[in-house]
Write a protein that binds this ligand. Structure first.
Ligand code: OAD
Length: 279
């Protein structure tokens, strides 16, 4: 497999493996690019990115929801429909395997609102005798959760509550109709539990992310354009504390702090990297 890769990539993979082999604390930040090989579009890739087709300011801000809750709710219901049958790809699986082996102290942080990391972790745990407490820190919320736009009370759809599954996804029979839902407590509209532009990140998640970035020896940025702050600032924080920065992305990003760029798809690079580390 390695022999089929460009020699430059093989060299960089080797360098990345060596750095990681000498380190114990690793902080990983993932973005939409890690899920695109599962069939979920990114935000900014030319032609296929969601923000190439829709205006973020019409759909992903509190003012957009206040102006037209129906439009915003319908768009997120459409995204749920789009993501509901998607499964982890080799990149998610490789990260879950790495977490499971405990060769490193890994902190996995994601900007993604899908649950593909969690699915991969459950898959690996089911195939292993040893139970680890692998977790994922979500900076931008969860596509499958809802809350009231006024009083913030969490809202679970009746079918999802009935399904009572390990996964937070709604039952596969649940229809994603566009009808707005009102809060049982204050009658406000229910909204997706996603961090929109202009909103603060969840305090606990951000604390975990900042601490992991500041403490790590290696910071790995995977499938993110590094354009959205504060998440994009984590690499900077890691670098200030002398961490090495590895980036996995087939396209260039504005992140100038990177020590090693693995310019290929995450689904190709991560299984190779993790194989070298846990063999
Ligand atoms: P973007 O769409 O901005 O960037 C996706 C990145 O993934 C790009 O740099 C691509 O080159 C890269 N990419 C594409 N395919 C890849 C592959 N197979 N393997 C690895 N990388 C690949 O997505 P994010 O950086 O995640 O916020 O965007 C950050 C935030 O902006 C999102 O969380 C979202 C959005 O508005 C909210 O929803 C709050």
């Amino acid at each position: 497999m390695l022999a089929e890769l460009p020699s430059e990539l093989i060299v960089k993979l080797h360098q990345a493996t060596q750095i990681l082999a000498k380190s114990s604390r690793v902080c990983i930040l993932t973005g939409a690019g890690i899920s695109t090989e599962s069939g979920i579009p990114t935000f900014r890739d030319k032609q296929t990115g969601l923000w190439e087709q829709y205006r973020a300011e019409d759909l992903a801000s509190p003012s957009a929801f206040n102006r037209d809750p129906q439009l915003v709710w319908s768009w997120y219901q459409w995204r749920r429909q789009l993501v509901r049958d998607k499964v982890p790809n080799p990149a998610h699986i490789a990260l879950a395997q790495w977490q499971q082996t405990k060769t490193h102290e890994l902190t996995l942080i994601t900007q993604n609102v899908d649950d593909l990391h969690e699915q991969a972790i459950r898959h690996e745990q089911a195939n292993s005798n040893e139970q680890t407490d692998s977790t994922v820190t979500h900076l931008h919320g969860h596509l499958w959760r809802n809350r009231c736009s006024q009083c913030a009370t969490p809202y679970t759809t009746p079918l999802a509550a009935q399904a009572n599954k390990q996964s937070e996804r709604s039952s596969s029979t649940e229809s994603y109709d566009d009808k707005l839902i009102n809060c049982n407590h204050c009658d406000g509209y229910i909204r997706p539990d996603i961090v929109w532009f202009g909103e603060s990140l969840p305090v606990k998640s951000w604390q975990i992310a900042e601490q992991a970035a500041a403490d790590c020896e290696v910071f790995i940025s995977i499938g993110t354009s590094s354009l959205v702050y504060p998440a994009a600032g984590l690499a900077q924080l890691a670098k200030q504390n002398d961490a090495k920065i590895i980036e996995i992305n087939p396209n260039p990003t504005p992140n100038t702090l990177v020590d090693i760029t693995l310019a290929e798809k995450a689904g190709l690079v991560l299984p190779l990297l993790v194989q070298q580390l846990i063999k």
